[in-house]
Design a protein around this ligand. Structure first.
Ligand SMILES: O=P(O)(O)OC[C@H]1O[C@](O)(COP(=O)(O)O)[C@@H](O)[C@@H]1O
Length: 400
């Protein structure tokens, strides 16, 4: 029998002391404490410009006199002023993600990374691993502690969990994506999307309103983000005005704005797909990949392949370098993977599609709905879709 490791609440003394915790630091909404880096020397030369240059013209400055902005300053009153409720929620999400970052990197948790016990009839490559379950518990406890969440819908739970009647937000999440490769220290990530609670559904039974609140269309996202656990821990987020990435400064426990207003290049030179599946692909997708590999597409350069097999990591690279990241079979989930990531890509100037339709305009009908996913540079996406038949219908199930 598989035992689920217990997760202590963030307020317990087992929290790594390195990390900022709202309760321990007497966090109170509305009070903005300017970030004071411990050592400015360690921050010089990281490419942070003047406040205006850092924030772009559409946002008010969220950068302190030191020229450095933390995630919390960015969302707070000195920055985009996302509202006290959302600031508090983001505070708790970033705290949870710092705990997950510590967990996936810890030498003491290698047993947690192992595959879940194989069920009778063979191993299920999609079965949750203990680290998935612990990460889910970490996120859930942070959302509960925020007091700002009505419902959490997670990849790891069969149904959404109703948390609080008066929480203003709904959170959808994949707590630890890419965990199948974690034994080899491959990058992993947390994905989340935030919606407003639909107050018009308040009168419904909990189960029903939990479900309907979680099935909101991606066009209604208030914010979305991912946290990449890799050589750096990166919190990439959008509140509907650009996509911005913050890198964890391990010396202070703060996420520092390092990639303001990310603009995905309109055209890249990289495609990202599991091309061992080539012979299960439809004609259109084969032709597209064959064409760009040979430099015979609209961009007269030979494309390179990169595939980590970890969605957050593959998307992060695509956002920065351009190109297209895809999983053409019905594998990735609309609600807590495709929608939040498409929101981020669109906010960076790119596109998210199932090969035919814009992801954000697809109405979810069930929580764990799967679909083909294509994310990337606008020109690459347009060229890909022009091949028509790019969705992989053959889905035999793959062992690895
Ligand atoms: O086996 P495929 O089709 O290459 O799928 C790999 C994809 O599956 C994922 O591991 C997600 O699958 P899970 O949500 O089941 O963990 C992604 O991180 C990765 O991009």
């Amino acid at each position: 029998m598989q035992t689920t490791p217990t997760v202590t609440s963030p307020s317990s003394s087992s929290c790594p002391s390195l990390f900022f915790h709202p309760k321990l630091h007497n966090f109170s909404v509305g009070v903005t404490v300017p970030y004071r880096p411990r050592s400015m020397a360690s921050l010089s030369g990281i490419g942070l410009g003047t406040p205006k240059a850092v924030m772009g013209s559409s946002s008010s400055s969220s950068v302190t006199e030191n020229g450095v902005s933390t995630l919390i300053e960015y969302v707070g009153k000195g920055g985009i002023d996302a509202g006290d409720d959302l600031v508090l929620l983001i505070h708790h999400i970033q705290y949870a993600c710092k705990r997950i970052a510590a967990l996936v990197a810890s030498p003491f948790n290698s047993s947690l990374a192992k595959q879940a016990a194989a069920p009778a009839g063979g191993a299920d490559r999609d079965a949750p691993k203990p680290l998935d379950i612990v990460s889910n518990e970490i996120i859930l406890s942070s959302l509960r502690n925020s007091g700002k969440v009505a419902v959490m819908a997670s990849e790891e739970d069969d149904a959404p969990i109703w948390i609080s009647d008066d929480g203003p937000f709904v959170v959808v999440t994949d707590p630890l994506d890419g965990s199948r490769n974690i034994d080899a220290s491959i990058p992993t990530g947390t994905i989340f999307g935030i919606y407003n609670r639909l107050v018009e559904l308040d009168h419904l039974p909990k189960e029903e309103k939990a479900q309907l609140n979680s099935l909101q269309s991606g066009t209604r996202l208030v914010a979305a983000g991912y946290v990449l656990y890799s050589s750096a821990t990166i919190f990439c987020v959008s509140f509907g005005s650009g996509t911005h990435a913050f890198t964890l400064d391990h010396s202070t426990g703060d996420f520092i704005l390092t990639h303001p207003s990310i603009k995905i290049p309109p055209r890249g030179q990289i495609y990202s797909v599991n091309d061992a599946r080539y012979f299960d692909w439809p004609e259109g997708l084969r032709k597209y990949i064959d064409t760009i590999r040979q430099g015979k597409g609209k961009h007269p350069k030979k494309y390179s392949a990169r595939y980590i097999c970890s969605l957050v990591a593959d998307l992060h690279r695509t956002l920065l370098y351009g190109g297209v990241a895809m999983n053409p079979r019905d594998h990735l989930r609309l609600v807590y993977e495709a929608n939040p990531l498409s929101f981020l890509v669109e906010q960076a100037g790119g596109r998210g599609s199932d090969g035919k339709n814009r992801i954000l305009s697809i109405q979810p009908v069930k929580l764990h709905q799967r679909l083909p996913l294509f994310l990337g540079s606008s020109e690459d996406m347009e060229e890909l879709e022009s091949y028509g038949n790019v969705q992989q219908k053959v889905n035999p199930g793959y062992e690895v």
